[in-house]
Design a protein around this ligand. Sequence first.
Ligand code: GLN
Length: 472
Amino acid sequence: MKREESIEYFVECARKDFSFVEKNLSQIINEIKESQRKELNYIEEFDEESVLLQLNELKKSFENKDSKYNGKLFGVPVTVNDAICVKGIESKAGSKILKRYKPLFDATVIQKVRSEGGIILAKTTQDEFGFGSFSINTEKVPKNPFDNECSCGGSGGGAGGFTAYTKSFHIALGESTGGSIACPASFCGCVGFTPTYGLVSRVGLIDYAGSLDKIGVIGKSVSDASLLLEVISGFDENDSTSLNNGFERKEVPIKRIGVVKDFFDNSDESVKKIVGEKINELKKFFEVEEVSLPLNVEYALSAYYVIATSEASTNLAKFSGLRYGVQGIVEGKHFDEYFSEVRSNEFSEETKRRIILGTFTRMSGFREAYYLKAMKVRTVLIKEFNDVFEKFDALIYPSMLTVAPKFSEIEKLSPLQNFSMDICTVPPNLAGLPHISINAGFVNNLPVGLMIVAPHFGENKLYSIAKVIEFE
Ligand code: GLN
């Protein structure tokens, strides 16, 4: 990527001449409208008035040279995954049950973006509550910009799709529980940066599974994605799982990288070829050796889907048609009847499946056998990663086993086959490890993603390796 295409360059120009901000914003607004006309479904909610108000505010900052003017994101449009609360803007995590829910507050990450001079542009489409890998479990299904018959990935398909679609300066905020940043980044040819669990505040994130959820970033390049991650990371006293660490971009020495053979060998031939070529190029810079993660390959998916659905089923109990979003007709109904009616009408099939599964796995009598056991398995899987990191700075493998599948192929998948598509993204997510997916090349015009995983707080290792790959 050329420097003139980077957000950092844009910010430098914007500080000298405000028309950069105005031109870029009007171009990206036109792109949003064009994508809506073409029904590409990247955008869940776009409120032009609020965007123009922000532009006016920034113009004042430009004149006064205040802290926003000096901010790292001065004038940069940022789209927001629908699960992240934006004050006054419908925020519904892709769910019908949250229609008309307009939060009274900004999520911490939104506050941080605003205080650095960023513009909150629009909400992007996603699978309902983050449940899925193809963004099909929602009303507006985003279409892959490289081939409209294919998925953008999920659950943050709108974020990946729009990042690839726009030609303007822009970065996206995403969410990952088990891979919802890496998967769309891979299928849409972008960079998806998921931080260590706890590095970024979850305050204002409509939760899927508390012990797994992370807010991260999708951008066009490693430097764009890292810049936004730098802005949103850091301790938040209002988040009990927030850590006392931040992230500042810095190149660090890298010696040895492990290629995870299990994932590599199981991917499609075409993916193997493209990722294999990139790995060969890396041998010029680092020692590269094969490694295996047999326990993660065997148990990560099962442990993840037990933990994720267990936590999700309790998190979703609050959506009953009383406090937030949709309201049903109460008259003459017992509470149970009312509650069931709203939930039956408004939740998708996939959400109901997960509530039933997750309620079962933590029911008394079953909790020991499923939820608690999965938590123990998780500890073993984290240890497997940590042992490997004694020898390697980072691990590398294909982000997804395939390129973006066609919607017609996805329809044929059973729920279990659907869950299995996450085999490469779930292990680092379950272990709370930072990971980055970057584009490695194309097969028949569809992007192929390459995953790099680092130890906890190894964001700068990812940054350093990903930069080498990007410029190779
Ligand atoms: N595909 C995974 C799931 O359905 C991950 C989703 C996510 O990260 N939000 O659980």
